[in-house]
Ligand binder design. Structure first.
Ligand code: SF4
Ligand code: SF4
Length: 470
């Protein structure tokens, strides 16, 4: 029985409710009156529920689909402005006891080198990341109570925050580890993590159990209820996502929104961010073994419909996507991307070993090339980490996004962190076009005390001061 407030996975992600939703969406995919009503509701920025959003995803009317894409662009611009936050994944260990059939780190893969970074190696990785200009990282580890216990994760977080190299520092450590206990989430919260990230992979229980045949991750309910425990443990920013390609995308889409609605109903705030990864080729993994792959056009529509349905959650894509696809996705609502990523353990300090990567990267450009490309395409590359460091998290953060006020922080913070990047890390051409962008964006800001303070701060940064934030 569907119950958005329930703490039981099978009730807040009800299979029956999803099937009824898909049926409803299919019956209404050319119902122009209903689609117009839903679009009008979405224009009010109040979000859509999973049924309404599923109708938009199923919509087969060409002109209405155009309207969906236009609205996604508009919402993105009005809520977040044109900043794009940059981050990098940091792989600490690829030991894993799980048997996820789509991931090369599954325990039965005997020809992938297993590696776990020591604290000294983590310092080298973080130094290399700081030399690139990164400020925000996402920790990635397999699940292995012996090799990757929570103590190892906590010690590594402390090490990462402690590395201060030249003008660099990692200011936000987001953590992607397996579903765990409330007690462990409390420990992560006390270690000052930014966002807790956990992808559902698939919300379809039967497929989930088949795709995770071995290990603790096999337990669908424990995994699906992880975000509830994380929030009970004090973590206010959580990031959800599915791995598109494992199951039918319309099913995943409806369930993803139901998960978001559940968190909002139970805790008063939804996910801080939603990720949209797609399955990729990797060692021992052939994506054609999964017959639910989606083409670029469908993928773009999913992103647009998520943005329209949930205007307040950040949206993240990784270097799994090609430059061309990332370019289109940025317009439709993506607010965060990875840049210059390595997906192997120890890949930043040492040349990457192809066969220890978690998946193949489609966008192999350096961070500076990504920054240059963003600037040339009218986006502000941002290394901002301000919100959680000044306590704008959870419901408080949502208050700002829902009132469309967050860009008042995002844009000045983006310009200041870009300025830091240009001063310390940018190549000559990036520096020139970056400085021009800062001047242009600054001129467009309304006169306000913030603008005055920003002018001062930009001067301070040019003079050597770092880590100023609104
Ligand atoms: Fe392990 Fe995560 Fe890969 Fe599954 S997806 S095998 S849990 S690293
Ligand atoms: Fe993100 Fe907050 Fe910075 Fe905006 S101001 S980029 S929401 S951390």
């Amino acid at each position: 029985m569907y119950d958005v407030n329930s703490s039981r996975a099978e009730e807040f992600i009800s299979h029956e409710e999803i099937l009824e939703t898909l049926d409803y969406a299919e019956k209404n995919k050319t119902n122009e009156v209903l689609i117009d009503q839903i679009l009008n509701k979405a224009r009010l920025r109040k979000g859509l529920n999973h049924r309404e959003a599923s109708v938009l995803l199923a919509c087969e009317l060409e002109d209405k689909n155009k309207e969906i894409f236009e609205l996604a662009k508009k919402i993105k611009h009005e809520v977040y402005g044109n900043r794009i936050v940059l981050f990098a994944p940091l792989y600490l260990s690829n030991y894993c006891v799980n048997g996820c059939v789509y991931c090369p780190y599954h325990f039965q893969n005997k020809h992938i080198p297993r590696k776990k970074l020591t604290q000294e190696e983590i310092i080298k990785e973080v130094t290399a990341l700081q030399d690139m200009g990164h400020r925000r990282i996402a920790l990635e580890l397999g699940e292995d109570p012996v090799n990757n216990p929570i103590e190892y994760v906590l010690e590594s977080i402390k090490t990462i925050y402690g590395v201060k190299h030249k003008n660099g520092s990692i200011r936000r450590v987001n953590v992607n580890i397996a579903a765990t206990t409330v007690e462990n989430y409390k420990k992560l919260h006390d270690a000052d993590i930014g966002t807790y990230i956990l992808f559902q992979e698939t919300y379809h229980k039967e497929s989930y159990e088949r795709l995770h045949p071995k290990g603790p991750k096999h337990n669908y309910c424990y995994h699906t209820e992880a975000m509830d425990r994380a929030i009970e443990g004090g973590i206010k920013d959580v990031s959800i996502g599915v791995l598109f390609g494992l199951e039918l995308y319309k099913y995943e889409f409806a369930a993803l929104l139901m998960h978001s609605e559940h968190l909002e109903a139970r805790f008063g705030f939804g996910p801080h961010a939603i990720s949209v990864p797609r399955i990729r080729k990797a060692d021992d993994i052939d994506p054609s073994a999964f017959d639910n792959g989606i083409d670029d056009e469908t993928f773009l529509k999913i992103a647009a419909c998520i943005r329209v349905a949930n205007p307040f959650a950040g949206m993240i894509i990784s270097t799994r996507e090609t430059k061309e696809c990332r370019s289109k996705l940025l317009e439709l609502g993506i607010s965060q991307i990875s840049g210059g990523s390595k997906t192997s353990v120890g890949g930043y300090a040492e040349p990457e070993e192809e066969d220890s990567s978690q998946f193949d990267i489609s966008d192999t450009r350096s961070l500076d090339e990504v920054v240059e490309w963003l600037i040339e395409n009218g986006h502000i590359p941002s290394f901002c980490t301000a919100c959680y460091r000044v306590g704008r998290v959870g419901a408080d953060f949502m208050k700002y996004t829902k009132n469309e006020l967050i860009h008042n922080f995002c844009t000045p913070n983006a310009l200041m962190t870009l300025k830091e990047y240009l001063e310390d890390y940018a190549k000559p051409h990036t520096k020139i076009i970056g400085q021009k962008l800062i001047e242009k964006e600054f001129a467009q800001l309304d006169s306000s005390p913030t603008k005055k303070a920003l002018a001062e701060n930009l001067k301070l940064i040019a003079g050597g001061k770092r880590d100023i934030k609104f």
